[in-house]
Design a protein around this ligand. Structure first.
Ligand code: PEP
Ligand code: MN
Length: 271
């Protein structure tokens, strides 16, 4: 049994990422699939901050299906994301694919992502947990909820309680959406664990037109947040261009969100 991750008698755990509290209101994380250059990440960070987004995302080491696709900027990308995030006072989350990348990530960003392809790379998870940084653990495309929770247990057993889980779509027979967005699975996960659970409708659906409605659905369902891909010019994105929102679409989503998931401060003021 996953003793540390299971809900038991605990309320939802709060995972604090440099002041952003997962498990206490709906957290919107946005940013490009991959950092591509300094101007791109600066433009996106500014837009995320201006629209009230809580955190910046971006990939620097990219786990691409094809070795011929853009592989990310690597270490320099991590520095650029860290610098843009600091300029706009947004904590950043960046994925680590290998143990030797963790030191760089721990130095420059607030949260380390373990991507879907590495959800059962237990040595990577343990090493990431040992950095002491909060972790964003994404569900593998064919992982059961039990497997997600056992993967989280590996991190918790290292003495790092700051783990946020993420539903990012599971593989099925129909490629019409890139994956199948398992919202009910994500909610079931919250019944099984006290850890915060967020959604990634960008990778789950693969289509920009479906991202905002699924973020709103996740908020209405009671998930703890969403992580989405945005790009100043989606058509020119070097990776995942079909699923990126442009900056106007991000602003429109951020404006629609409070009607469904009122910000905590607004609630406190209204009381
Ligand atoms: C990502 O978030 O950039 C990513 C590659 O996601 P996933 O691991 O869910 O495919
Ligand atoms: Mn992507």
């Amino acid at each position: 049994m996953y003793e540390l991750a299971s809900r038991g008698l605990r309320e939802t755990s709060i995972v604090n990422v440099e002041g952003v509290r997962f498990g206490d209101g709906f957290v919107l994380i946005a940013g490009p699939c991959a950092v591509e250059d300094e101007l791109q990440i600066e433009t996106v960070a500014r837009a995320v901050s201006h629209c009230g987004g809580a955190m910046l995302r971006a990939g620097a080491y990219k786990p691409r299906t094809s070795p011929y696709s853009f592989q990310g900027m690597g270490d320099r990308g991590v520095e650029l994301v860290g610098a843009a995030a600091r300029r706009h006072r947004l904590p950043a989350v960046v994925e680590g694919l290998a143990i030797e990348q963790l030191e760089m990530l721990a130095e420059h960003v607030a949260m380390i992502q373990i991507g879907a392809r590495n959800m059962q790379n237990f040595s990577l998870i343990k090493a990431a947990a040992q950095t002491g940084k909060p972790l964003l653990l994404k569900r593998g495309p064919a992982a059961t909820l039990d497997e997600v929770l056992y993967a989280a247990e590996y991190a918790l057993l290292e003495g790092n309680p700051n783990v946020v889980l993420c539903e990012r779509g599971i593989r099925s027979f129909d490629p019409s959406t890139r994956n199948v967005f398992d919202l009910a699975g994500a909610l079931r996960l919250k019944e099984l664990t006290h850890l915060p659970v967020i959604a990634d409708p960008s990778h789950a659906t693969g289509r920009a037109s479906l991202v905002a409605p699924m973020v709103l659905a996740a908020a209405a369902a009671g998930l703890d947040g969403a992580i989405i891909e945005v790009h100043p010019e989606p058509a020119r994105a070097l990776s995942d261009k079909e699923q990126a929102l442009d900056l106007d679409q991000l602003a429109a989503l951020a404006q629609a969100l409070p009607a469904i998931a009122p910000p905590k401060v607004a609630l406190a003021v209204g009381r």
